[in-house]
Write a protein that binds this ligand. Structure first.
Ligand SMILES: Cc1cc2nc3c(=O)[nH]c(=O)nc-3n(C[C@H](O)[C@H](O)[C@H](O)COP(=O)(O)OP(=O)(O)OC[C@H]3O[C@@H](n4cnc5c(N)ncnc54)[C@H](O)[C@@H]3O)c2cc1C
Length: 390
């Protein structure tokens, strides 16, 4: 009997497996495909507080993410790197220079006024060093600091750390069903074509966009949080922007779009499109690809000749957001850890969340499951554990 069975090998499954193993619990993690094959390799790859979430008043989320960013810079310097972020302000930019300055000041304050929270205005004389950024109607340029990672490698490193603390990982292992019998879950899964069974006192559903599909396989089935899946796509094109990560407004709808250096190329993203299909079938649409190309062409004359034929790579991921009529942009990005004690106790589902805050989310999960489990000798502190190299 395992103390904890985790379903899903994305960043949240990895984080919970690590935190549970560090807390002394026995852990089995089941991943139907390979580690980080879901959303956790399709993000914008930013380890950030999320400057734009200040606008929707999500201060505690921003503060927590900035704190986690600092920990990751310390514990995974080979995977998480501080980068200059550049915000150009044009005459038609929807946010004024004054508003952006206020936002950056608040961001620095929430970051505890650390060195990594400092920001500056870039002098006009230096604008021609900004990768050929269009200067027509350019009024102001800000530079602040946030971090970039490789989300797949980060997830793999957290899983490796979980394994070092004793977690068992099974890939190509899909949960088929789970039955609550005598105060624990009996889990049936198929691994490389063969059916197996495992018993767990606690089950964690870290299924990302598959979360409610997985919950439907539990007997009894828990009440579910109603969610929308919102697709976000990225493209990669030849030619690097080398001075940092550009934080731009798409000319068509004024949404935030990042233009980032990516292994010698340039990555551009992201989009927001409601998605209702099967999570494994999500892919960038022609409309999204053209939207991202139009954005990068608008700001960088050197990309003006690119077409969809020049896209070297493209990928789409799915955000899990509480169902609502509001636009995806203004909806809360707070993570929900849900347990339906009446119908399906000892099953916890992680809805939504940020790559950046995976450790804090995982520790919150451990706090929630603790009282169901006998206490064990703690083996470390996830705040201090260095992540291994991959
Ligand atoms: C477009 C986009 C951009 C983003 N950018 C950022 C960013 O820059 N910074 C940031 O901090 N956050 C970002 N996020 C958020 C972050 O990427 C996600 O919150 C995070 O990756 C979700 O991880 P997860 O582990 O919950 O889900 P996933 O990574 O999707 O993992 C779920 C796993 O469950 C597995 N699974 C499904 N069904 C079963 C089953 N029956 N049995 C076993 N396994 C199963 C899947 O194969 C999958 O690997 C972004 C999200 C999106 C969509």
């Amino acid at each position: 009997m395992y103390d904890v069975v985790v379903v899903g090998g994305g960043i949240h499954g990895a984080g919970v497996a690590q935190a549970a193993a560090v807390s002394g619990y026995s852990v089995l993690l089941l991943e139907k495909s390979d580690v980080a094959d879901g959303t956790s390799s399709k993000s914008s790859k930013l380890i950030h507080g999320g400057l734009r979430y200040l606008e929707s008043g999500q201060f505690s989320l921003v503060k927590e993410c900035l704190h986690e960013r600092e920990l990751l810079l310390k514990n995974a310097p080979h995977l998480v790197e501080l980068k200059p972020f550049i915000i150009p302000v044009y005459t038609d930019t929807s946010r004024s220079a004054l508003k952006i300055r206020a936002g950056l000041s608040l961001y620095a304050l929430l970051n505890g006024l650390k060195r990594s929270g400092r920001f500056q205005s870039i002098a006009k004389s230096a604008w021609n060093n900004l990768d050929g950024l269009a200067e027509n109607d350019l009024q102001h340029v800000f530079q602040y600091w946030d971090a970039q990672t490789n989300d797949r490698l980060l997830t793999q490193a957290v899983i490796k750390s979980a394994e070092e603390f004793g977690s068992e990982l099974k890939t190509n292992a899909e949960l088929l069903s789970a039955n609550y019998v005598d105060d624990h879950w009996i889990i049936k899964y198929v691994v490389n074509g063969d059916e197996s069974e495992a018993h767990g006192k606690i089950t964690i559903n870290a299924g990302g966009p598959w979360i409610n599909r997985i919950n439907n396989r539990f007997i009894p089935s828990p009440l579910q949080v109603n969610i929308d899946l919102v697709q976000g796509s990225h493209i990669v094109v030849d030619g690097e922007v080398s001075q940092g990560i550009y934080y731009l407004e798409a000319p068509i709808d004024k949404r935030a779009v990042f233009v980032m250096p990516w292994y010698g190329d340039t990555m551009i993203g992201t989009t927001e499109l409601t998605y209702t299909g099967e999570p494994e079938k999500v892919h960038p649409t022609d409309g999204e690809i053209n939207y991202l190309i139009d954005t990068v062409k608008h700001y960088f004359p050197k990309f003006r000749s690119i077409t969809s034929h020049d896209v070297k790579q493209s990928f789409a991921g799915l955000r899990v957001l509480p169902a609502h009529d509001e636009s995806a942009f203004s909806r809360s990005r707070e993570t929900i850890i849900h347990e339906d004690i009446q119908n399906a106790p000892q099953l916890f589902s992680i809805y939504g969340g940020k790559l950046t805050a995976y450790r804090a989310t995982s520790e919150n999960v451990i706090q929630r499951i603790k009282h169901y489990l006998p206490s064990h000798k703690i083996r470390g502190d996830t705040k201090k554990i260095k992540l291994p190299t991959i």
